[in-house]
Design a protein around this ligand. Structure first.
Ligand SMILES: *Cc1c(COP(=O)(O)O)cnc(C)c1O
Length: 394
């Protein structure tokens, strides 16, 4: 008999009742160090006092009014995002997939607006993950996610991530509208786009009149140690989708765009009933105010470098279990020699939560707020789990 919750997930048999900072406490009384953070989402850890208070205070005043009216909390967050990014204007939604859908619409509408309505094709990369809606599934590079869900949405093509010749050829096509790339690929297996690659994408987009769209749903909001991951490359996109870490656990997403990119948008062309409601806006504003502080981002760089250095030593110590540390900042991956799921289970049994990714990679996604003591604690647990698996394999 089917469960009352539709069985769309393979779930681990643990439930949590509360969290505090980087720790989660399960209903059966165990404590876990949470280096999964709800998939790169609880950027400030759990039950952050400022975030919890901002949400509680706002909930007691006003949660939702709809976009029929002005929403001052929305204007305040948009101002803040504009002030701290390339963007001139922001559309708010409730999830990553919606932020991608909105980004794709803005990009196509730009082409329509400048008299190129035949330009609709979005060039994506292999290993890409952009979401589970029908549109974003077609941008995602995973056939298994699409099987049985009817015809693919037209207007997407894929090239090899990092391959500029393939990208150039695709961009030269008459119908090309936009390039859509994750500056650090997450679900696909933690692949960091080299700065030169992103710089070349900017040039290609400019040469052929395409919109450059970045998906920073996972790699944005401070996770790499810059507020936006593309800042490491020195170039800017025309449009960017963000979500996950933006609300620190509260569901919220955003489409950020330059004035030029958004020039085709006007009232009535896009919308979301919940999008940008006062509760979500206050939550996200609290997170952005904290994460965008230079000292906060410096802390992310420093602590993540320490974790990376220590994980590299574990790779050298346990070559039969893990073979590489990948990623940028706290968007890290351990490329496994043993099945990544085995390491994930061994770590969980020792009290450390992580997340799987493609290509037999285990994602290590701590809250951005962790201290050196949490790094040491995690490294100790990973060392012990690897030693256990190595013994088992021998
Ligand atoms: C998670 C993710 C999405 C989809 O976000 P949802 O909130 O699950 O819809 C899109 N792009 C990237 C890069 C992601 O990591």
């Amino acid at each position: 008999m089917v469960t009352s919750v539709m069985p769309t997930y393979g779930r681990i048999d643990i439930a949590f009742e509360r969290g505090e900072g980087p720790y989660l406490y399960s209903t059966d009384g165990r404590r876990f160090l949470d280096f999964a953070t709800g998939i790169a989402t609880n950027s400030l850890g759990h039950a952050h006092p400022k975030l919890a208070k901002a949400i509680a205070d706002q909930a007691a005043k006003l949660m939702h009014v709809s976009n029929l009216y002005r929403i001052p909390e929305q204007e305040a967050l948009a101002d803040k995002l504009v002030a701290t990014s390339f963007a001139d204007t922001v559309f708010f939604c409730n999830s990553g997939a919606e932020a991608l859908e909105g980004s794709i619409k803005v990009a196509r509408r730009y082409q329509f607006h400048v008299g190129q309505p035949h330009r609709t094709k979005v060039i994506c990369c292999n290993h890409a993950f952009h979401g589970r809606t029908l549109g974003t599934l077609s941008a995602t590079d995973k056939e298994a996610y699409r099987e049985g869900f009817g015809p693919r949405v037209q207007g997407f093509t894929h090239v090899a991530f990092g391959n500029l010749n393939e990208m150039r050829d695709a961009a030269a096509a008459d119908d090309a509208a936009a390039i859509l790339v994750e500056p650090v690929q997450g679900e696909g297996g933690i692949f960091v786009a080299p700065p030169e690659y992103l710089q070349a994408l900017r040039e290609i987009a400019d040469e052929f009149g395409l919109m450059l769209v970045f998906d920073e749903v996972q790699c944005g909001m401070g996770r790499t140690g810059k507020l936006w991951a593309h800042e490491w490359s020195g170039i800017v996109p025309d449009i960017m989708a963000t979500a996950k870490g933006l609300g620190g656990g509260f569901p919220v997403g955003a489409v950020m765009a330059s004035e030029k990119a958004a020039s085709g948008m006007k009232p009535g062309l896009h919308g979301s009933t919940y999008g940008g409601n006062p509760l979500a806006m206050v939550a996200a504003k609290t997170v952005v105010d904290i994460v965008s502080e230079p000292s906060f981002l410096e802390h992310v760089v420093k602590t993540s470098e320490s974790l990376r250095d220590q994980l590299k030593k574990l790779v050298a110590k346990h070559p039969g279990v893990i073979e590489e540390v990948r990623g940028s900042g706290f968007l890290m991956g351990l490329k496994c020699v043993v099945p990544a799921g085995d390491l994930q289970t061994a770590l969980r049994e020792k009290g450390l939560l992580t997340v799987g990714a493609g290509e037999n990679v285990l994602r290590v996604l701590p809250p951005l707020t962790i201290e050196e003591s949490h790094v040491s604690e995690a490294v100790g647990l990973i060392d012990a789990a690897c030693a256990g698996l190595a013994r088992h394999a021998a």
